[in-house]
Design a protein around this ligand. Structure first.
Ligand SMILES: [Zn+2]
Length: 272
């Protein structure tokens, strides 16, 4: 298993501790997301973006299956500089939460084009956003339709966009059609199933994903929203087990299950 959605907070524990906690549940790695940009939480102490890059690199410290993702505000004045520096420092991808701008924001779109040109993926928050601000409207799936105009962008929509899962699936269909018509240039959507979804919705949403008739088996990724500094193996295992039970009830074979729990995340990160 590779957990596609793990956050870091202020403490930096040695990467070995995270790897150990992952290995307890048979997981070999994770996408590890940096500290947020300084305008995200009012209470987060300010860090320069260089400090945040250093911090996330230290958290992953070159481990083969810990993938450092830099949390970027694509509208910031020096977004290009941040992207360039991340790419020079072997950051594997970007995390974006649209908390004060629509994805179609002109500056954000320029930044997404730059990232796509670098061949790096973007993991977007989508769905209800629990940040204490009026911000969920920026995170409805249909607002991400603009990414059709970012050639070659590999991006993931986190939390199955809960509660707008049906809207997300409709968008996925549109992106997939575009990809089948223009395989070399179209952008590609992945769906990160990190809850999000309260347990009562989970089986229904996963079963829709696998039965809607779109080709989703290569684009779904398992994640937990865990915390790298204090990764809770028990909780991740519980979620993993419950997802496994749901997938079994849908008659998914081992290959598809394997893709869901690890292979698709590797493809999202590396692009092949
Ligand atoms: Zn998260």
């Amino acid at each position: 298993m590779i957990d596609c959605h793990v956050h870091t907070h202020e403490n930096v524990n040695h990467k070995n501790e995270l790897l150990e906690r992952l290995s307890v549940i048979g997981a070999k790695g994770a996408i590890v997301i940096s500290l947020p940009p300084d305008n995200f939480y009012n209470f987060t102490p300010d860090y320069t973006f260089q400090e945040r890059i250093e911090h996330i690199k230290k958290c992953c410290d070159g481990a083969q299956y810990l993938f450092p993702f830099f949390w970027l505000d694509p509208t910031s004045a020096d977004a290009e500089e941040q992207v360039e520096m991340c790419c020079n420092q072997d950051i594997k991808g970007f995390k974006v939460i649209c908390d004060h701008f629509y994805p179609s924001n002109k500056r954000a779109m320029q930044t997404f084009r730059l990232i796509a040109g670098k061949g790096k993926p973007v993991l977007f928050h989508s769905g209800i956003l629990w940040d204490g601000k009026v911000s969920s409207k920026y995170n409805r799936p249909v607002e991400f339709e603009c990414l059709l105009e970012v050639p070659g962008l590999r991006f993931a929509m986190a939390h199955i966009s809960w509660p707008w899962c049906d809207e997300l699936l409709a968008m996925y269909g549109k992106f997939q059609r575009q990809k089948s018509m223009y395989p070399d240039t179209a952008s590609e959507m992945f769906i990160d199933t990190t809850p999000g979804t309260p347990p009562v919705y989970r089986a229904a949403e996963l079963s829709k994903l696998y039965s809607i008739g779109y080709d989703l088996e290569n684009n779904l990724m398992f994640g937990t929203d865990g915390n790298a500094d204090d990764y809770c193996s028990e909780w991740s295992e519980k979620l993993m087990q419950s997802d496994k039970d749901i997938l079994r009830s849908l008659d998914l074979d081992d290959e598809k299950t394997d893709k869901y729990f690890s292979k698709n995340t590797e493809r999202f990160v590396h692009g092949c």
